[in-house]
Structure formats: C-alpha cells, structure tokens
Design a protein around this ligand. Structure first.
Ligand code: NIG
Ligand code: FE
Length: 419
C-alpha cells in the first residue's frame, strides 16, 4: 500500500468523470462525461486536475510540478472513474440468519419470518455481540467492499433498539472509519423495528426515541432513518420522530413503500428527506411529489432479487425526472450481499436502466443521497480523490462483463488503498 504520495494517472482509454456537484435528475443521468485518453492529477487527497493526458501534462508544466512530485500510473487500455458510493447498508450486526434464508428459498415469505425471527433476531444477537466482534466482522465486510471499488459507505444502527447497543453500533462504525480507508457515513435507525420492550406500544417507543434515543446519539450520526411500512411504523409516528430529528440537527432518510404501497414517497417529500429508499411500490403521485421535493430515490435491487420481489420502477422514475441512486442494502436478513457487480447486472437487465444511468446512480447520485455530492462522487477538480481503475477497455464492460468485478485499483482521498 502506497501512502502519502501524489499520483499522476495517464492514458486512460476512457476517463468517466460523471462531472457534477449535485445529484443528476432524469435524463441528465445519461451524461457520464467520457474523456478519451484521459488523465488525473491527485495531490493532498484531492483531485487537482482532470482532462486529456496532454491537457493535464501541460497544466503540470504550467504549475512547475515535476516528475519527482508524484508517482506515475499508466492506465493504458483501462477505465478510470469515480469510486462507488454505497449509500444504504446495515453492515454492522451480530450473528447470521442463514437458516431463515434457506426457509425463504423454500418459499416462506420474509414477512412471515418477521414475527418469530427477522430483524428482532439480529437485535438479540447484536445486543449480545461484543464491540470487538462487531468491529472485526464489520472490518471484513469493508474489505470486500473495498475490492469492489466502494470508497464511501453509509452504515445504519438499528440492531440494538436500546440505547446501549445503538451506541455500540455507531461507535464501532466510528472506529472503523478511523482504521479502515473507506469513508463511513453513519445513520441512526432506532426506528428500524419496534423494540421487544415496547411490544404492542409503538407510540410509546417513538416517545422513547424522541426523549432518549435521539439525544443519546446526537453528534454520532449524520442521518436519522425509519422503517415506514404497514405493521412497523405509520405516517403519524414517522412525522413525530423525523420532525424532532430535524430539530436536533439530523438529516433524514426513510425506508418506504417496500412491501406494499403506503404513500411513503409522498411522506418523504413532505418531510424533505435527503433520500427515500426501496420504493418497490411507489405510486405515480409519489413520483410527482419526489420530483417537487428534490429527494433522491434510492433503489436496492439486490434486496428485491433476494426476496424474489418485483424491482422498483426505475424507468418510470428516471423518465419522470427524478434523481435515482442505487445501493446494496447489505444486511443479515433481506440482503446479505454487498455486491456492486450484481447491482449493475440487475439495474441494466431487470430495471432497464442504461449503463450510464447505472454509473451515475452508483457514484454522483449515491453521494447526493448522503448529501456529499459537493465533495465526492465524480472526477471534478477540488473533490476528494476517490478514484477507481477498471481492468476493462470501456465502462460498458461494467454491464457487458456481467456480475464480474472489474476493479483493479482503488484510491481513497488520494491514497492507493487496493491494487
Ligand atoms: O432492508 N426494509 C426492511 N428490512 C430491512 C432488512 C433488515 C433485516 O432483515 O435484518 C432493510 O432495511
Ligand atoms: Fe435497509
């Protein structure tokens, strides 16, 4: 691993910039800004110059930057592009639910497992897990993400539901953020499920989250998220929690319209959440409302795949002009996979997204879903140097060479972290 160097990357067959400082909406998602024979200069963790190899070399001359100042990377016949942003995961948890998965393979529905097992089972094993156990398993999951080119990941709490374990999950993520190169954005999801201590009393649980949950994690999470779904939390409970969260300085996310149509997208638009996620059952009205609010629609095709559900209507959303992001939803129940290659395959084959839209959804729009589009997600001067090199002659191979990992090298904040 090379640390603390500057890098000049030259001769990229395709330099895919995805250039932009905000999420791209609708047809803008098609524009990924390809430069042939491209180059990048990375210094002090930032992207300092972007252009053709000739342009960047001339810029270096103008600046008086000589070859002793950097390491040269020849990306001949390769693709250089922004790192992937996985804007929705639950990657810190204890225990597994492989037995439930086997039952699901035999036809048992995820919703049928929610009574006895499901999220509550992982809550019980996460409460029992030590800080070190959660840290070690989290670290291994991050390593797999790194090899697939993920440079920023969002991680949610929500497998504790009590004060102590929610904090433990968030603290594990903070330590991982300090020790692992992937940038971790933390989300508080005390409202992932009704805590067993509050069985039958969801309103009282929301009161508890407002009075004790939110204050205890203030400053430890950027976002507050809630599972708004029939049988979990309703609209009124969602409004109460998220209004308070905004007052306390959190930004908002929602899990919505996953199992059944429930007006979740409309509610997300009303609450101006940064993103609203899942959306398998979004209504036409919901799409219109999201367009007005500018909320990023985050789609999680690996979850639909694993649950054998229909896919979210990505085409309708993009054609209506929404900013769409794609993420993994990596979690121990509905989707135990952080596979970027599978997301790309499902988006292009099943959801009929173009490869360009898919790339935008996994880079700049993923950054927008984390309110980070001004610092990462594209190859623009001044942004963090979060860059990947693919061993492929065209970005189209991300779809064409399906379900394969093409990532050869990963730079995060200007450091070569994997090759
Ligand atoms: O995808 N949306 C609902 N379910 C969770 C899955 C968590 C689990 O089953 O452990 C999610 O966010
Ligand atoms: Fe989720």
């Amino acid at each position: 691993m090379e640390h603390m160097s500057n890098y000049l990357i030259v001769n990229a067959k395709e330099l895919v910039t995805v250039s932009g400082f905000a999420g791209k909406c609708g047809e803008e998602m098609q524009d990924v800004g390809v430069i042939s024979n491209g180059a990048l200069y990375l210094a002090d963790g930032k992207i300092m110059d972007v252009g053709t190899t000739e342009e960047v070399q001339n810029w270096l001359l103008d600046q008086g930057i000589t070859s002793e100042c950097y390491l040269l990377v020849d990306a001949g016949n390769k693709v250089v592009m922004p790192g992937f942003i996985d804007s929705h995961t639950h990657f810190v948890f204890g225990g597994y639910r492989d037995d439930e998965y086997v039952l699901r393979l035999q036809g048992v529905k995820y919703s049928e497992l929610m009574e006895e097992g499901g999220i509550r089972r992982t809550v019980s094993s996460t409460r029992k897990a030590s800080f070190e156990e959660l840290y070690d398993s989290g670290y291994k999951r991050l390593q797999q993400m790194l090899m697939m080119g993920i440079t920023t990941v969002e991680g949610k709490s929500g497998y504790g539901l009590d004060l102590e374990t929610e904090l433990k999950q968030l603290d594990v993520m903070e330590k991982l953020n300090q020790t692992h190169p992937i940038h971790i954005v933390r989300t508080y999801m005390g409202a992932h499920e009704l805590a067993p201590e509050f069985a039958g009393s969801p309103d009282q649980y929301i009161d508890f989250l407002i009075k004790e949950g939110l204050p205890s994690v203030r400053g430890k999470a950027k976002f507050c998220d809630i599972f708004t779904e029939v049988g979990v939390f309703d609209h009124k409970q969602t409004r109460r929690l998220l209004h308070k969260a905004v007052e306390m300085g959190f930004q908002l996310k929602m899990h919505a319209d996953e199992m059944v149509p429930y007006g979740g997208a409309e509610l997300a638009a009303e609450l101006k959440t940064v993103s609203v996620d899942h959306l398998l059952n979004i209504s036409d009205n919901g799409i219109q409302k999201l367009k007005e609010s500018g909320t990023v629609a985050t789609l999680l095709p690996n979850t639909a795949f694993s649950l054998r559900e229909k896919y979210a209507p990505a085409r309708r959303m993009i054609d209506a002009g929404l900013p769409v992001a794609l993420a993994s939803d990596m979690n121990p129940g509905s989707c135990y996979s952080q596979s970027i290659p599978l997301i790309i395959a499902l988006a292009t084959i099943e959801m009929k997204m173009t490869i360009e839209e898919t790339i935008t959804a996994l880079t700049l729009n993923g950054a927008a879903a984390l309110d980070l589009a001004d610092v990462t997600g594209s190859l623009d001067t001044g942004k963090d140097a979060d860059v990947i090199i693919l061993d492929a002659p065209s970005y189209k191979h991300l779809a064409y060479h399906f379900a394969m990992n093409l990532v050869e090298s990963v730079f995060i904040k200007g450091n070569l972290e994997y090759t």
